[in-house]
Design a protein around this ligand. Structure first.
Ligand code: FES
Length: 198
């Protein structure tokens, strides 16, 4: 696991992301939601995606998009904080190329969850406090006392392969619903333009 050397995009890059989604065609805006849901849902990885949005603090509060890495290769993982400094999270590229992002605050008693790269095909997520385990592919609990899956951190890649955190979804929440909930708080007009239902 490595820490990102660059944990934030420049204001210009933020603006470019927002401009892209604001200026693109309606079709592209709809694609944006589809791509975000697809990429962050762990179903597939798009080669080029656009991002704009903000998000609740694992369900509450808002934050602007955050660039967390210039690139994440297969088998690699990056630790970061999002949306707040205390909101620890991890982004990982699985062996099949899928990009996933999870809160690393345990849903049991909030201990720090770590990745064990030598466990399983892609490394599981492990909480040492009471031996809780989570599936890194789905965030689901696979062992121990945690009562809920890990909240998801929504990730997208831009045209240069940089990875951005753009939002969060609560435990078990549909990624698109989480994205839209965050956008509604931060930028209702943008939420309308990209097709979020009220
Ligand atoms: S705090 Fe994580 S298993 Fe108890």
């Amino acid at each position: 696991m490595t820490d990102p050397s660059d944990t934030g995009g420049t204001p210009l890059e933020h603006a470019a992301l927002v401009d892209r989604i604001s200026a693109d065609s309606l079709t592209t805006r709809r694609d944006y939601l589809r791509i975000v849901a697809t990429v962050s849902g762990g179903l597939a990885v798009g080669s080029t995606v656009v991002a704009a949005g903000v998000l609740p603090r694992h369900g509450d509060g808002t934050a602007t998009p955050l660039r967390i890495a210039d690139r994440i290769g297969r088998g690699q993982a990056v630790s970061f904080s999002y949306p707040g400094e205390d909101d620890r999270a991890i982004a990982a590229r699985l062996s099949d190329g899928t990009l996933v992002g999870w809160s690393t605050i345990c849903t049991h008693l909030a201990c720090g969850v770590v990745r064990r790269p030598d466990h399983g095909r892609d490394g599981d997520l492990y909480c040492p406090c009471h031996e809780g385990e989570f599936d890194i592919r789905t965030g689901e609990v696979t062992a121990g006392p945690p009562p809920r899956p890990l909240p998801r951190v929504l990730l997208v890649e831009d045209a240069r392969g940089a990875v951005w955190a753009v939002g969060t979804a609560r435990s078990g929440e549909d990624p698109q619903a989480g994205l839209c909930r965050g956008l509604r708080e931060r930028d209702p007009d943008l939420a309308d333009r990209i097709g979020c239902d009220s």
